[in-house]
Ligand binder design. Structure first.
Ligand code: ARG
Ligand code: ZN
Length: 894
């Protein structure tokens, strides 16, 4: 069944108060729920959601309800004839131990956890499981004290008592109204680290990070990150923590990254636990970002929540934007102005790389949807790069259009209007618009709103004319956005234009920035100009331009679009060497590399030797040796574009040819620039105690990139250097980088020895074992047979999502050579694993199912086999709704 955005109806009852009472037992937990109900609509029956529950009893105002008054079905409970105001008490049982979906109440490593967003609460008890029903919650938890000494839920602990039979109980009260998707409980043997800090207004709050016993030394960075997040939200947006107590708990088994339950965030352990020996710089960065993200949800998500799940980007796009800004500010902290600007650009590059590799393909494929989807079959399938990352870009554009101060004012207005409410994306834009109209009289955001209703990545075609006689340069922008997937099926042929903020500059032939003076404007000339394209096409004229310039386009990636402009290689090289906008400078290099790799791919396919141009090698050398650029930035500028991004540029994807060409390019750059790579290795050592700070991390990134290029290029000294780094390194970043280089570019012998050593060293640390599986899953030497061998390794299990991702997902998504074997073995393996996972955990299985999204774009010999695998899955009886939606949409586009 497809649910459509237009079908929203308010819930006919108010649930003013909820009391939940849990008798926790892994095999069978008894839940007693008391709801204070108030009718808002005459005659409407009370319809409660409920799944996989055993109903025990129903009482209305203390009286057992006669069986004739209600019906229980597979998806819930309907009660008829309720009065205006009633107290309803429902008792039911559920089975946490048997729950492998990790939605609702489940057990992980002997600890009870809950995950309710989006529709998990209905697996705990009968309830209107929708975000616009908000209530005051109190919770009583009861469990055996020896096994479950820590009992946590949302809000404040108001009482804890021992009970006669070795059990104990705790009572929690959340002072804020919330929808049930923000409910959480945790119960088990846990250790914790805590601190007390004062909020802006001087209230003392208790911050705690819980983890499995034995991990107490791995939670310090998480706790510090939480403190930084709390401070940052106060200073950047004047948003203060509203609770006396804020808890984070690490779970080994978790479907996603983390969950913002009010006052009790539950996290995938991968985004909490870190020490230098087991976590990489990237892990530290991700921990700080995710801790920030969940903390920021307390305002953007919890205080103001979503009316319905079509509005998911209201909280997710906005909160991703906030976490991206948080990370950028943290990276820039303590640096001088130039270094701070570069650090921000590095963060921007990282986010754009992710967007292009994950969201652009999604937006061109069978699952394409607007950031506010129009319909879905399973909401769990819509926690997507589009809702999150493109959603964040749409918020960022609003900040660009309003300016940082205007944006802050708009956000304050949003809270003034909607604190305590469940609202829509339209409500957010309306608050922003009220500020926009003050500073832009006569204008509005009506065209901008189309970003919420359109799918697909828009293209902006740029035409530039230069007139010697008048010294005028005219830039014409033309936008288009072809109907994609679901839009095409719905018969949509034309889409209205979008409001696109387009930042640009002009360089002269020597690479000097030209002052921009727009004809008819009296604004002072500046280096950068923000053009606002609100129609299909528009022109801007710049005056006093001495000669035909080179345009620098979409600076800082001011909109999530694809730019089309016919640059010559020489112009790209000029931009790469001189653009004052560091983002556009990086972009020029990526475009140059893209051209080289795509040309080499064609050569490989035609059986020709792939070659790369001298000017390209020199462009790479100039960045490699530009010591005025910081290491973190150079590491990005010298990295090769991602395969997923490159594949989108090919008319027909030949993944093995593409990977071969990309590897060839790396090896050639490694060989031809060997001395410079070696110099970069030597210049970017980070002796002394490990710190994950961005400067040190940038140096390691540069050094390890250089080592990989050296080894790939066959430098004679490289293998010894890499092996030595593997053996002697005192931090996981360097050890992993060395091992990864050995596995991918080194001799098999050395790689296998190091892999065996790594397992020996880290076998007791699950997150490190995940890394071990990932390295092998993505190695070019790994095929289906190898993966199947790894799947019977004692450390492997499909039940733990992190472990499944580390091997199965990594192989299917990030191993072009193994997965795309021409014999189709990779696709058959994919089908088997989708089905195996679907029996355990449909949400995770549906994620794996998406590995086939772009099947139709592959060379015919592969796409035919991919289609076969998709059909095999679709035809399997008993397939979950989650996987059904993904595979049927994939097949519909054929
Ligand atoms: N709201 C969470 C976050 O982004 C994501 C939870 C989604 N959970 C799920 N099982 N789909 O921070
Ligand atoms: Zn979120």
């Amino acid at each position: 069944v497809t649910i459509s955005r237009q079908s929203y109806r308010p819930y006919p009852f108010e649930v003013t108060a909820v009391h939940l009472d849990f008798d926790l037992d892994p095999a069978s937990t008894l839940v007693t729920s008391r709801l204070s109900l108030h009718r808002k609509e005459a005659n409407a029956p009370l319809v409660l959601d409920g799944e996989e529950l055993d109903l025990v009893s129903i009482k209305v105002d203390g009286q057992l309800l006669d069986a004739s008054r209600y019906e229980v079905g597979e998806h819930g409970l309907t009660i008829h004839g309720l009065g205006q105001t009633v107290e309803l008490e429902i008792a039911n049982r559920c089975s946490p131990q048997a729950n492998s979906t990790l939605m609702g109440l489940y057990v992980s490593n002997g600890v009870f956890f809950t995950q309710c967003e989006a529709e998990g609460f209905r697996r705990i008890t009968y309830f209107p499981d929708r975000p616009d029903v908000m209530s005051r919650f109190t919770v009583t938890l009861r469990a055996a004290k020896a096994e479950f000494p820590v009992l946590l839920s949302n809000g404040n602990l108001i009482g804890q008592t021992d009970l006669p039979d070795g059990r104990h109980e705790a009572q929690w009260e959340d002072p804020f109204m919330k929808p049930c998707y923000l409910f959480a409980l945790v119960a088990g043997k846990l250790t914790w680290r805590e601190s007390r800090v004062n909020t802006q207004s001087g209230r003392e709050v208790l911050l705690q990070v819980y983890s499995d016993p034995g991990n107490e030394n791995k939670t310090q960075f998480a706790l510090e990150s939480l403190e930084r997040a709390l401070r940052w939200d106060e200073t950047r947006f004047s948003l203060e923590l509203d609770l006396d107590r804020f808890m984070i708990v690490a779970a080994r088994d978790f479907n996603m990254g983390a969950m913002e339950n009010k006052g009790l965030n539950v996290f995938n352990a991968a985004y909490v636990l870190a020490d230098p020996d087991s976590a990489t710089d990237a892990n530290y960065g991700a921990i700080e970002a995710v801790i920030g993200h969940e903390y920021f949800h307390n305002w953007t998500g919890n205080r103001v929540t979503c009316r319905d799940w079509f509005q998911l980007s209201l909280k997710e796009g906005l909160t991703v934007f906030r976490d991206q800004e948080f990370t950028a500010d943290m990276m820039a902290t303590g640096l001088d102005e130039t270094a701070a600007a570069s650090a921000r650009t590095v963060k921007r590059i990282d986010d754009v790389v992710t967007l292009r590799a994950a969201q652009f393909p999604e937006d061109a494929g069978p699952m394409a949807h607007p950031i506010r989807p129009e319909s879905y079959q399973e909401i769990g399938n819509f926690y997507t790069a589009t809702v999150y990352e493109k959603g964040s870009e749409v918020i960022r554009m609003q900040q660009t259009l309003l300016g940082p101060d205007g944006f802050n004012e708009g956000l304050a207005e949003y809270f003034r209007r909607h604190d305590g409410q469940a609202v829509t994306c339209d409500d957010f834009v309306a608050a922003m618009e009220s500020v926009y109209q003050k500073t832009h009289p006569g204008r509005d955001l009506s065209v901008f709103r189309h970003w919420y209703s359109q799918a697909g990545t828009p293209r902006v075609k740029v035409d530039m004319r230069y007139d010697d006689a008048t010294r005028r340069c005219t830039l014409r922008l033309t936008q288009s956005c072809a109907p994609v997937g679901v839009e095409r099926l719905a018969g949509i042929a034309v889409k209205p234009p979008l409001h696109i903020p387009f930042s640009m500059g002009l360089l002269d032939a020597d690479g000097k920035a030209l002052p921009l003076k727009l004809a008819g404007s009296d604004a002072a000339a500046s280096d950068s100009c923000l053009l606002e394209l609100t129609t299909e096409t528009a022109e801007w004229v710049f005056e006093d331009i001495p000669s035909r310039p080179v345009p620098s386009l979409l600076r800082d990636f001011s909109a999530p679009v694809i730019v089309e402009y016919d640059f010559s290689d020489a112009e790209l090289a000029l931009l790469m060497a001189h653009d004052t906008n560091a983002f556009a400078r990086w972009e020029a290099g990526q475009q140059l590399a893209t051209r080289q790799i795509l040309a080499a791919t064609d050569a490989v396919r035609g059986g020709q030797p792939a070659s790369l141009s001298d000017s390209f090698v020199e462009a790479w050398r100039s960045v490699l040796t530009a010591t005025d650029l910081d290491a973190a930035y150079r590491a990005r500028a010298l990295a090769l574009p991602a395969e997923k991004t490159l594949a989108e540029r090919m008319t027909e994807v030949d993944p093995i040819a593409l990977a071969t060409a990309r590897d060839h390019l790396r090896a050639e750059l490694g060989r031809r620039l060997a001395a410079d790579w070696q110099a970069a290795v030597d210049a970017n050592q980070t002796p002394g105690e490990y710190s994950p700070d961005p400067i040190a991390a940038g140096k390691r990134a540069m050094k390890n990139l250089a080592l990989a290029f050296l080894l790939a290029g066959g430098a004679p000294q490289a293998e010894a250097q890499v092996s030595e780094q593997y053996a002697s390194s005192k931090n996981m970043t360097d050890r992993m980088a060395a091992l990864s280089a050995l596995v991918n570019f080194g001799p098999r012998e050395a790689a296998n020895t190091a892999l065996a050593d790594f397992f020996e060293r880290y076998q007791s640390d699950p997150l490190s074992v995940d890394k071990w599986f990932t390295l092998q899953a993505t190695s070019r030497h790994t095929d289906v047979e190898t993966v199947n061998g790894l799947m019977v390794h004692p450390a492997f299990t499909l039940r733990n999502p992190n472990r499944a991702r580390s091997l199965v997902f990594q192989f299917c998504l990030n191993n072009p050579y193994g997965f795309h074997r021409p014999d189709g073995s990779g696709y058959r393996y994919w089908a088997e694993q989708v089905l195996a996972l679907d029996r355990l955990n449909p949400e995770i299985s549906a994620r794996l199912a998406r590995a086939m999204d772009r099947w139709i774009r592959y060379v015919p010999a592969l796409s035919a086999q991919m289609k076969q695998a998709l059909e095999d899955v679709r035809n399997h009886p008993g397939l979950s709704r989650n996987v059904t939606e993904i595979v049927s949409k994939a097949l519909e586009i054929s």
